[in-house]
Ligand binder design. Structure first.
Ligand code: PDD
Length: 277
């Protein structure tokens, strides 16, 4: 049977979530998704540092320090013989009678980690895909990776309905990010992406791309840009764990650039692939 991490133990996956788990009732918890390539987790440390930050912002206690968590997750991936896929890790504020305020201080958090096999999305990375636009209706702390994902769920469903891979969100005129990924545009050889403030999740893939662009001698501006600038871009791509970098060919009915993956996007994809091959 597939194994899971439950608090600090690796156990069989026949566990039932308590009906008064605060993650289940309030979305009161945080999570991370870590990509595994050829048996190796990618940028696990960075994900766990972000988990620690999310926990701090929500005054939530983590059950284990990042170093120990990393060891447990590596053991879990090995126990499940995971070659290609993801590790999902979630920490809720624990189980307690349902009242909105925090439970008593001695309530232990509930941690669940599991693995899932997933193929690499190399074809989509090579060929690109379409996106739709949608208003960003989320709260003002999108920098915290919380379990509250309803606006993201609705946005992604809109994308799926229109045969698109992503829904790119905007607050008024300003593009923020997509339902489950960050957005980059390329204009006249330079890249633009929303600054890492409270309006977006500072993607681990996003941060790595910015680092790789420096290596490639590409200018990256962490600046806001408008919906018009997005539609008028030479290239657009989205970035997230495991789907990595997907070139966007069309946004709603607007063809982006030449309607095929751009040269700059392709060079970044090439550099990113070196991280795991
Ligand atoms: N989502 N922005 C949002 C809203 C996201 O949900 C994600 C990732 C990202 C990209 O972050 P990263 O590069 O660290 O994966 C940006 C994950 C994959 C998910 O919820 O499944």
């Amino acid at each position: 049977m597939n194994k899971i991490l439950f608090n600090d133990e690796i156990v069989d996956r026949d566990l039932v979530v308590d009906i008064e788990d605060r993650g289940y009732q309030f979305g009161d918890g945080i999570y991370e998704v870590i990509g595994v390539y050829d048996g190796k987790p990618l940028m696990m440390k960075e994900h766990l540092i972000r988990l620690e930050r999310s926990a701090k912002e929500l005054q939530l206690n983590l059950p284990l320090p990042a170093g120990e968590m990393e060891e447990k997750l590596e053991k879990l991936a090995a126990a499940n013989e995971l070659k290609e896929g993801i590790i999902y890790l979630q920490v809720s504020r624990g189980t307690s009678p349902r009242w909105h305020e925090f439970p008593p201080d001695d309530t232990p958090p509930v941690t669940i980690g599991y693995t899932r096999e997933e193929e690499r999305m190399s074809d989509m990375e090579d060929q690109g895909a379409n996106a739709v636009l949608t208003e960003d209706i989320r709260w003002l702390r999108c920098d915290i990776k919380t379990l509250n994902l309803l606006p993201n769920v609705l946005a992604k469903q809109k994308a799926v309905k229109h045969d698109a891979v992503e829904a790119i969100m905007h607050r008024g005129e300003t593009v923020t990010e997509a339902s489950a990924s960050n957005v980059f545009i390329v204009k006249n050889g330079a890249l633009y992406t929303h600054p890492a403030d409270n309006y977006i999740l500072n993607g681990i893939t996003r941060q790595k791309i910015i680092e790789l662009c420096e290596k490639l001698g590409l200018d990256v501006h962490e600046e806001t840009y408008t919906v018009d600038a997005l539609l008028d871009a030479d290239e657009v791509f989205v970035s997230a764990t495991k789907s990595d970098i997907i070139p966007i060919l069309k946004v709603d009915d607007h063809v982006i650039g030449k309607g095929k993956p751009g040269e700059i996007t392709k060079s970044i994809i090439g550099e990113f692939r070196k991280l795991y091959s």
